[in-house]
Design a protein around this ligand. Structure first.
Ligand SMILES: [Zn+2]
Length: 101
């Protein structure tokens, strides 16, 4: 199984990453509920942008590749996005990545 580096030099496995990302997403959703009382897309802030997903600003893949794996479970790196905003962002990422190839 792959082992990935954090910027402090520590190493984590994929299963540790999965567990921490799951906790960070749960925390993000709870923050939104505590603050606003409901879950909504933080990109367009529309009530009808649904269903709402937890979306990474810096993708988990990028976090791992840059040796800053801890960003994958950084709550500040997670944004709540409705399905259409999430899809738009992922499409932009794909375009951006393909420009590098
Ligand atoms: Zn949206």
């Amino acid at each position: 199984m792959g082992v990935y580096r954090c910027s402090d030099g520590s190493k984590v496995t994929q299963s540790q990453i999965d567990r921490r990302v799951r906790q960070a997403k749960a925390k993000k959703l709870q923050h939104c509920l505590d603050k606003y009382g409901y879950i909504f897309c933080q990109d367009c802030k529309r009530n009808d942008c649904k269903p709402v997903d937890c979306s990474h600003d810096v993708s988990v893949k990028e976090c791992k590749e840059s040796g800053k794996t801890e960003l994958a479970w950084d709550v500040d790196n997670i944004t709540l996005r409705g399905r259409s905003c999430h899809a738009r962002k992922d499409k932009n990422d794909v375009q951006w990545n393909s420009n590098l190839n």
